[in-house]
Design a protein around this ligand. Sequence first.
Ligand SMILES: *[C@@H]1O[C@H](CO)[C@@H](O)[C@H](O)[C@H]1NC(C)=O
Ligand SMILES: *[C@@H]1O[C@H](CO)[C@@H](O)[C@H](O)[C@H]1NC(C)=O
Ligand SMILES: *[C@@H]1O[C@H](CO)[C@@H](O)[C@H](O)[C@H]1NC(C)=O
Ligand SMILES: *[C@@H]1O[C@H](CO)[C@@H](O)[C@H](O)[C@H]1NC(C)=O
Ligand SMILES: *[C@@H]1O[C@H](CO)[C@@H](O)[C@H](O)[C@H]1NC(C)=O
Ligand SMILES: *[C@@H]1O[C@H](CO)[C@@H](O)[C@H](O)[C@H]1NC(C)=O
Ligand SMILES: *[C@@H]1O[C@H](CO)[C@@H](O)[C@H](O)[C@H]1NC(C)=O
Ligand SMILES: *[C@@H]1O[C@H](CO)[C@@H](O)[C@H](O)[C@H]1NC(C)=O
Length: 433
Amino acid sequence: MSQQWLLLALLSAFAAPSTAGDSMTATNSLSDGGGALVSSNELYKLDFFGPNNSNRRYLGIWYHKIQVQTIVWVANREHPILDRTGVLNFTENGTLVILDQTGTVFWSSSSATNTSSPVARLLDSGNLVLMDGAGDTNVFAWQSFDHPTDTHMPGMKFGWDLRTGLNRYLTSWKSADDPSPGDYTIMIDVHGWPQVLTRDLSVVTYRTGPWNGIRWNGVPKLTANSIYNYTYVSNNDEVYYMYQLSSDAVVARLFLDHSGVFERVVWDNGRQLWTKYLSGPNDMCDSYGLCGPYGLCETDTIPICNCLRGFSPKSPSDWNLREAKGGCVRNTKLGCGEGGDGFMKLSDVKVPDSSNATVDETMGFDECAKKCLMNCSCTAYATSNISSGIGCLNWFGDLIDSRTYPNGGQDLYVRLAASDLGMYIHLAMKQQP
Ligand SMILES: *[C@@H]1O[C@H](CO)[C@@H](O)[C@H](O)[C@H]1NC(C)=O
Ligand SMILES: *[C@@H]1O[C@H](CO)[C@@H](O)[C@H](O)[C@H]1NC(C)=O
Ligand SMILES: *[C@@H]1O[C@H](CO)[C@@H](O)[C@H](O)[C@H]1NC(C)=O
Ligand SMILES: *[C@@H]1O[C@H](CO)[C@@H](O)[C@H](O)[C@H]1NC(C)=O
Ligand SMILES: *[C@@H]1O[C@H](CO)[C@@H](O)[C@H](O)[C@H]1NC(C)=O
Ligand SMILES: *[C@@H]1O[C@H](CO)[C@@H](O)[C@H](O)[C@H]1NC(C)=O
Ligand SMILES: *[C@@H]1O[C@H](CO)[C@@H](O)[C@H](O)[C@H]1NC(C)=O
Ligand SMILES: *[C@@H]1O[C@H](CO)[C@@H](O)[C@H](O)[C@H]1NC(C)=O
C-alpha cells in the first residue's frame, strides 16, 4: 500500500469514526457518542439522543438528513439513561440490550436469535431488525416495526397478527420533549366490525369508523395518489392497515401527537418544516359520542347536535343547554315482529360505533335489510363495502357517534317504527316547494 493510500485510509478513519454502516454484529457495540447506524439509503439513523438537549438519554431512530430532529422510534422510552454511558449490545443468546456502565439493563428486545452470530440492521424503511447473520437474513427474530412508539411508518403494518396476538399500535409521547408513554393510544379495535379508536387511557376520544372497502369511513379525505397508496387487510390471520410511498424523495409519516391528535404530515424541504395533510379528530363532530346515543352531529347546524329523525332529546332541558351527551330516545317503540318497522336512509354519514355490529361479507343489500328486520334488537344496517355493495353490517343496541359530512361518508339505514317513518316521509314531502 502506498503512503498516500495509508494517509487516506487514516484520514477517513478519523473523518468518520462513528458510523458503523447500517449493521451491528456481536463483535461491535454502539455506544452513546461513539457511533450510529445509518440505513443504506441514508434516510434513517439509529443513535442515542436527549430530547431538547436534556440529560435523559434514549436510543432512537430519526431522519438522517432532516435538520429538525424528528424521532420516529424510541427503544427505552420508559427507562431513560441519566448519563452518557449507554451502550447497545448483544447478549450471548442474541438479545439486543441497552446497558449503562454499571451493567444495568434499560431495555431489551423481546426476542432473541438464540445464535452466536446475531446482526442488527437498520433497513431502508427505518425498521430496525434483528436476525441470525449465519441464517436467512429475511427472517427477523425481532423488528422495531412490530413495536412502534408514536409513529406509523410507510411499509409498517398497523394492526393485528391474530395468530400470535401481536397488536401494533401507537402510544403518544408524554409531552413534546418526553418520549415516555403518554395517556393516548390509537389502535385497530377488532370487536364487532374493526375500526380505529383513539383512547385517553381507557376512554374513547376519536374513531375513524370502519374500513368501507375504499377508506376508513370517517376519514373522507383519505385518497390514494401517485405517491401515497394504502392497503387494508382483514382475514382470519391478520387485520392491518399499511401505506406506502412510491418515492424516497417524499418523506411522510403518521403519528399520534402528545395531545392525542392523529396526524399525517409531509416534509416540506423548501420551507424545512412538516406540513399537515390529514388529522383526526378534525372538528367538533369528531369528538367521540358528543351527541350521545341516537344523536347526529352536523357541523353546519346550530347547535351541532341533532337527533336522528324519529328520535327526540332524552332530556330536553339538558339539550337546550347544549349538553347533548344524554342523547335521544325513540318517538315510537319499534313494532318488531308485528312487521310495522322500516328504515330511514341517511346519506354521507360516519356510521355509528361498530364494536357491537355484526357482518356478513357475502350478503347482498336487500337481504341485509331483511336480516335486520328479522331481529328485534337490530337498529340499523349498511353495506360493509361501498365499492362492491356486497357485505352486510347490522347494528345492535344504541347508535353512537354518528355524524354527517358535506361530502363523503356512506349511507346508513336506521330502523324506525312505521308510524315515525310515515311522519318523516310526510315531513320530507311537505318541505318540497
Ligand atoms: C458487549 O457484548 C460482548 C459480547 O457479549 C462483550 O464482550 C462486551 O463486554 C459487551 N460490552 C459491553 C459494553 O457490555
Ligand atoms: C437471553 O439472555 C437474556 C439475558 O442474558 C435473558 O434474560 C433471556 O431470557 C434469554 N432469552 C432466551 C430466549 O433465552
Ligand atoms: C429463541 O428462543 C426462545 C425461547 O426458547 C423462543 O421463544 C424464540 O422463538 C427463539 N427465537 C428464534 C428466532 O428462534
Ligand atoms: C425546549 O427547551 C426550551 C428551553 O427550555 C423550551 O422553551 C422549549 O419549549 C422546549 N421545546 C420543547 C419541544 O419542549
Ligand atoms: C404502493 O406503492 C408501492 C411503492 O411504489 C408499490 O410497491 C405497491 O405495489 C403499491 N401498492 C398498491 C396497493 O398499489
Ligand atoms: C356494546 O355492548 C356492550 C355490552 O352490552 C356495551 O357495554 C357497550 O356500551 C356497547 N357499545 C356500543 C358502542 O354500543
Ligand atoms: C339478534 O342478534 C343478536 C346479535 O347478533 C343475537 O345475539 C340474537 O340471538 C339475535 N336474535 C334472534 C332472535 O335471532
Ligand atoms: C370491496 O369490493 C371490491 C370490489 O369492488 C374488492 O376489490 C375489495 O377487495 C372489497 N374489499 C373488501 C375489504 O372486502
